[in-house]
Design a protein around this ligand. Structure first.
Ligand SMILES: Nc1ncnc2c1ncn2[C@@H]1O[C@H](COP(=O)(O)OP(=O)(O)OP(=O)(O)O)[C@@H](O)[C@H]1O
Length: 355
């Protein structure tokens, strides 16, 4: 799958001006509120016609303002999942799920319904009404409805933002399954670094209607640019290991070290990306004792970048992994940090943001 997007569009005082190409996998449109992410999705979905633009999906031109091509929304075969599930309250889950077929050229059959309801863990809910479902269940039904319309790509607009942390944790593994098992291309709008770290193969960072950076999740989330500074940090990839004698925790096995995190809904053996915000990584020059943090990693200072307002961004090497720590310049000075110095990186387990 290749999606090529070029847009120039003014709405009120706001100007969108961007171009990007996304490949198979999950591409995240990542940026602060008001950066224009939803506007891009609405234009892609055919809900808004931009002043100037060209959108090509796998060689098919969906929009080209220079030649007057505008494929209407219902013919684009794109699945749309919004922040709110937008289910019909008077229809059962089954009827809600099948609603999307009216707009699909490929009608789902009974096998499709079984496959998708199993994938999303909603088969037992088929005869229920939306009013009786939890927020997480409703959103999984909304995802199922979008999938049953056989989309070529799924557009997701902050699909977890209306949910509490527990419901987010419930849905994230299903999105990972869509990415890994179904291999459905997803364009995922989010301002949450945690979700982007966990899901995205490619990140398009946006600010003020423009693209500020594109790259892998680890490249973009390591940046301390204006768009990401609050969440600057590292993205580490490992495999989940669960042990019967450790019922509450999971170990994330990385290249040369491991992290302990709350078990939550994590599945044994699954590849997982964890985002560790730089502000949650403390440094010590001797191994701390009598401390509640479970993750204390041996590391070496790679580089120190002094930032405005007395902040120091410290890049660390932990075995084969690169970890960022954001401390005050005063602390860096007091610890006499220099490149090559051995240190201990202390990560609060709850700060791992795997959920
Ligand atoms: N129909 C419209 N008319 C005028 N301005 C609009 C319109 N729709 C959106 N905007 C403005 O465009 C800008 C981008 O909005 P958009 O919703 O795309 O941002 P976003 O990054 O998705 O933000 P959020 O995460 O808060 O949804 C905002 O300043 C918004 O006020």
């Amino acid at each position: 799958m290749t999606l090529h997007v070029e847009i120039q569009h003014r709405q009120g005082d706001f100007q969108l001006d961007l171009a990007f190409t996304s490949q198979t996998g999950v591409t995240a449109l990542f940026g602060a509120s008001g950066s224009g992410k939803t506007s891009v999705l609405r234009i892609l979905g055919g809900l808004v016609r931009p002043h100037c633009g060209r959108i090509v999906l796998d060689g098919e031109v969906l929009l080209d303002t220079s030649t007057g091509v505008f494929v209407p929304a219902h013919r684009r075969r794109l699945g749309y999942v919004f922040q709110e599930p937008r289910l019909f309250p008077h229809l059962s889950v089954r009827q809600n799920l099948l609603y999307g077929r009216w707009f699909s050229s490929r009608k789902p059959n009974a096998d499709d319904v079984v496959r998708i309801t199993d994938l999303l863990g909603i088969r037992a809910l088929l005869d229920r009404r939306p009013a009786g479902l939890s927020g997480g269940e409703k959103q999984r039904v909304a995802i199922g409805r979008a999938l049953l319309a056989s989309p070529r790509i799924l557009l997701m607009d902050e699909p977890l933002s209306a949910l509490d942390e527990a419901r987010k944790a419930e849905i994230l593994p299903y999105l990972e399954r869509l990415r890994d098992d179904v291999q459905l291309p997803i364009l995922y709008v989010s301002h949450a670094a945690t979700e982007v770290a966990r899901l995205a193969d490619q990140v398009v960072a946006m600010a003020d209607g423009k693209i500020t950076a594109t790259g892998s999740a680890s490249e973009i989330l390591a940046l301390s640019s204006e768009a990401t500074s609050r969440e600057a940090g590292s993205v580490l990839t490992g495999r989940v290991q669960l042990a019967a004698d450790e019922p509450d925790i999971a170990r994330i096995i990385l290249a040369d070290c491991e992290l302990i995190v709350p078990r939550g809904q994590l599945e044994h053996g699954r590849r997982l990306r964890v985002h560790i915000p730089a502000r949650e990584v403390l440094l010590a020059t001797v191994r701390p004792e009598g401390i509640s943090a479970l993750n204390i990693l041996k590391a070496e200072v790679e580089a120190i970048n002094l930032q405005p307002q007395g902040i120091a961004d410290v890049s660390l090497l932990c075995g084969g992994e690169r970890l960022s720590s954001r401390i005050t310049a005063l602390s860096a000075e007091r610890l006499s940090l220099v490149a090559g110095k051995p240190v201990y990186a202390i990560i609060k387990t709850v700060a791992l943001d795997t959920v």
